[in-house]
Design a protein around this ligand. Structure first.
Ligand SMILES: Cc1cc2nc3c(=O)[nH]c(=O)nc-3n(C[C@H](O)[C@H](O)[C@H](O)COP(=O)(O)O)c2cc1C
Length: 186
């Protein structure tokens, strides 16, 4: 049965010609028949400060939290910075992680994709992202890690092109769609 899932797409890079954003765009295109997407503007949010975690929240933070609340699941595509999660992505996830146990991220399936010009494909960042979303009680999709190595060689005219990687990633989407359906039945 076909179902239109509501997904929130997050690129961990703010760079104008980001490879991560190109991969995100390609995955959005490849899954357009099953999912509709919003994109999160994580660069617009201020640095997390617990003193400012009070009503009214900064509008950009409120918008992001509302997007996380409204979506069925999140798709994160991120680079690796210094063997870890980019600060801007960690900041966004922190804003959506409070209050603990009632946070917008709680129970949300999260499909994590990392990419890098290096052959390692951002593997270390992938595990830090996973740890962070687990801390917020979200549910990383349990699937073979989707790592895109040598991503810079797979960008043609600004668009990501690697049918094998897309096909591999689609198996993660199938698992995520199943996770969403199971959560809806609880
Ligand atoms: C501050 C910084 C740290 C980086 N650290 C890593 C790293 O640890 N591992 C890696 O594979 N690439 C690293 N890179 C290279 C990035 O993978 C590369 O710049 C990539 O294009 C960034 O993703 P984007 O194209 O989506 O912006 C680093 C880049 C920057 C700017």
């Amino acid at each position: 049965m076909s179902h239109q899932f509501r997904l929130l797409g997050i690129s961990g890079s703010l760079r104008a010609h980001s490879f991560s954003t190109a991969v995100l765009d390609a995955l959005v295109e490849a899954t357009a028949s099953r999912a509709s997407y919003e994109y999160a503007d994580i660069g617009a949010m201020p640095h997390f400060n617990q003193d400012h975690f009070a009503e009214p929240l900064p509008p950009t933070v409120q918008r992001f939290r509302d997007q996380v609340t409204a979506c069925d699941a999140l798709l994160i595509v991120s680079p690796e910075y210094n063997h870890g999660i980019p600060g801007v992505l960690k900041n966004a996830l922190d804003w959506a992680s409070r209050p603990h146990n009632q946070a917008p991220l709680k129970h949300k399936p999260v499909l994590i994709v990392t990419c890098s010009p290096a052959v390692t494909g951002g593997a270390r960042a992938q595990y830090q992202i996973r740890e962070t979303v687990v801390s917020a009680l979200a549910r990383p999709v349990v699937t073979p890690e989707i790592l895109v190595g040598q991503v810079d060689r797979k960008i043609v005219d600004g668009r990501f092109h690697d049918p094998a990687v897309i096909a591999f990633a689609l198996s993660g989407f199938v698992t995520m769609f199943g996770d969403i359906a199971r959560l809806a039945c609880r």
